[in-house]
Design a protein around this ligand. Structure first.
Ligand code: G
Ligand code: G
Ligand code: MN
Length: 440
């Protein structure tokens, strides 16, 4: 019986000789077939051992095991044709499963791939789609603990010699628009610290409990004028300044969350992120380092992504979105209803929350066409396990209407307008006095 060994020490048995006690399993996996050599990656030595045994029981007795995916990738780079099967965990600290998938794509790995993880099934499925988009031959994704039957089924399909998946080429990013006039002014504003962040509260609809805030950037012009994001986000995106802007907003928002936390106020902050950040492979690592610098756990951060632009870039954003999710950052679909995506298109992506655009929300209690959109969207979102937030709640009537429809949370002028950080505690005290009359 072969036992897997750590850190790339392979345990090779004779290629065609299945261990005596696994003849039946091996026969089920494909009688007479030569098992390809297996590369197994999991950061947990114990898991690695269990998986190694499960594969050995199915006749995969040539195994090389790694707890560090980086070392495994170095070996694949060195010996590209060696491994016919690679099984990999997703949540690993040094190099995660999404990075492995990306690396395998870059290396043109031709073997079969199996993703194994304790993550929820939607994360697994997203990682699987990402791997297919990289033209990798994906057998499937299985949740830990791995049932032997599931493993057998997936490996049986490998031995039936499935055709390689088709190659998808990523779409080109939109080219920059004509250069507007004040790029330099905006660049200087960011580096001079002229951006400020205002915060709009978000509360639960059933208990009216305070949940967190959305960070909304403004530009404090030296003349005293406070400029809204609609005037400069587009420019920042066109002129390559959006990365710096987002980093600045993230750092400010997380530092503020830390200050609130130090004063005993626990909350989540939602930061709006441009589509350009979601196709930037460095983005998840920058988010992680911003969290570390501020000393804020990832679970306190929500990243909001505008729906209308999401569907067009679905595949290209999966890498970054899945990695953010693996790092425990929550993902939210913003302005839902403004694009033309259906929930079925988005449900394969690793989102935890859906924010209904205020166009459908404001005035919904008295408007039957808004109701025809909001009602079923809420129902479907709940069936998909998404947390729902209504934006643009301006009146008590809309609050009550949404409450009756089971919407989970609300944001809008009825609750509180975007405000400077130092006003939040005052708002909260006032909210506490209003709460009791609003509970459903
Ligand atoms: O803040 P306002 O209240 O005006 O927001 C207008 C729009 O600007 C919203 O769609 C919001 O998502 C976007 N926005 C606000 N802050 C940021 C930010 O920090 N980054 C990006 N990319 N968009 C933002
Ligand atoms: O990120 P998003 O596109 O959702 O930006 C929220 C925007 O909506 C911000 O510009 C914010 O100022 C605005 N807003 C927030 N609450 C309300 C509201 O109740 N009514 C209206 N009209 N606008 C709102
Ligand atoms: Mn938003």
């Amino acid at each position: 019986m072969t036992t897997p060994t750590m850190e790339g020490v392979s345990s090779a048995g004779p290629a065609d000789e299945a261990p005596a006690n696994t003849v039946t399993a091996a026969a089920e996996a494909g009688a007479g077939a030569t098992r390809p050599e297996l590369l197994l990656i999991d950061d947990e030595p114990f898991q690695l051992k269990i998986l190694g045994r499960q594969f050995a029981n199915l006749g995969f007795d040539r195994q090389t095991c790694f707890t560090d995916a980086r070392a495994a990738m170095a070996l694949v780079a060195k010996e590209p044709g060696r491994f016919g099967l690679l099984a990999c965990d997703l949540h690993m600290p040094l190099m995660d499963g999404v990075e492995v998938v990306r690396c395998l794509g870059e290396l043109g790995f031709r073997g079969a791939l199996l993703l194994i993880s304790g993550e929820d099934i939607r994360v697994l499925q997203t990682a699987e789609r990402l791997a297919r988009a990289q033209s990798l031959q994906v057998l499937g994704a299985v949740k830990k603990p791995v049932p032997v039957t599931a493993l057998r089924t997936l490996l049986a399909s490998l031995l039936r010699d499935s055709p390689p998946s088709s190659i998808q080429t990523p779409q080109k990013a939109k080219g920059p628009a004509a250069a507007p006039l004040d790029t330099m002014t905006l660049a200087l504003a960011i580096s001079n610290g002229e951006l400020v962040v205002h915060y709009q509260p978000k509360v639960s609809l059933d208990s009216a409990r305070f949940l967190g805030v959305e960070a909304l950037v403004r530009w404090q012009r030296p003349g005293g004028e406070l400029m809204g994001p609609d005037h400069f986000i587009g420019l920042a995106e066109e002129q390559g300044l959006i990365g710096a802007l987002t980093d600045d907003v993230l750092a400010r928002s997380l530092a503020q969350v830390r200050r609130w936390s130090d004063r005993g106020l626990q909350l989540q902050v939602a930061v709006n992120v441009s589509m350009l950040s979601l196709v930037d492979h460095q983005f998840p690592d920058r988010v992680l380092s911003a969290l570390q610098t501020a000393g804020v756990p990832a679970s306190k951060l929500v990243i909001e992504v505008t729906e209308s632009r999401l569907v067009h870039e679905q595949v290209r954003t999966l890498d970054v979105l899945t990695r953010l999710r693996l790092k425990r950052v929550s993902l939210s679909i913003d302005d839902f209803g403004t694009g033309h995506s259906s929930l079925s298109q988005l449900h394969d992506m690793p989102f935890a929350e859906l924010k209904l655009d205020r166009r459908f929300v404001t005035g919904a209690h008295a408007n039957s066409s808004q109701q025809a959109i909001v009602g079923p969207t809420l129902e479907m979102a709940h069936q998909l396990g998404l947390h729902t937030v209504a934006e643009g709640v301006e009146t008590l009537e809309d609050w009550r209407w949404l409450q009756a429809r089971g919407c989970a949370a609300a944001q809008g002028w009825f609750i509180g307008r975007p405000m400077a950080a130092d006003r939040l505690l005052g708002w909260l005290a006032e909210w506490d006095t209003r709460r009791s009359s609003l509970i459903g």
